[in-house]
Design a protein around this ligand. Sequence first.
Ligand code: QAP
Ligand code: CO
Length: 173
Amino acid sequence: MKLDIITYPDKRLKLVSKAVTRFDASLHRFLDDMYDTMHHANGIGLAAIQVANPLNILIINLPDENDEQSKETLIEIINPKIIEASGHQLYQEGCLSVPGFYEDIERFETLTLAYHNRHGESCQLEANALLSVAIQHEMDHLLGKLFIEKLSYARRKKFEKEYKKAQKAKKVS
Ligand code: QAP
Ligand code: CO
C-alpha cells in the first residue's frame, strides 16, 4: 500500500526517530508499504519519517548496471549504526521530501554499517560511492536532518526562494 510522503517544510521531518524493538508482522507490512511508496515516487531511498513514522528504518534500492531498479536488490536497514567512515566524495543529492531540488553535498566515501534486517538479525555491510551517499542521506533523516541544511548560507537562501516559488506554482496549477 502506498503511503503519503511528507515534504519540506513539514515540521515532522525534524523529529528524531526511535529504535525499532519489535520485528513483527506489522513491521513487515510497514516495510512493504515503504517500498511501494518509494517505488511509486521513483525514489532510490526512503526513511520512515518521510512517511511520518519516526522509527529508525531506511530502505535503499539503487539502479543496477542497466539503470534498472528491482526489488531483488532492495536493502532494508533498521537501527543503523556507522562503525567506520573514511574519505570524502561529492554527489548531487535530491530528496523525495524536497521535490525538484538537487545540489552537490559532501559525504564520506566509505562506510562500515551495523544494522538489523526485518527479522531482527544483526547485519553488517560495507558501502562506497552511491550506496554510501544514500545511507548517509537517509541516516540524516533519522536525526531530523535534511540535505538542504548542509548548504552554504547563500545557497540555502537561494533554495528557500526557489522552493517557495515552485510550491506556489504547484498550488495554482
Ligand atoms: C536519497 O533520494 C539519495 O526531487 C534518495 O522530483 C540522494 O530517491 C540517495 C526524487 C542522493 C542517493 C543519492 C527527488 C524523485 C528522488 C526529486 C531520492 C523528485 C523525484 C530522490
Ligand atoms: Co531524503
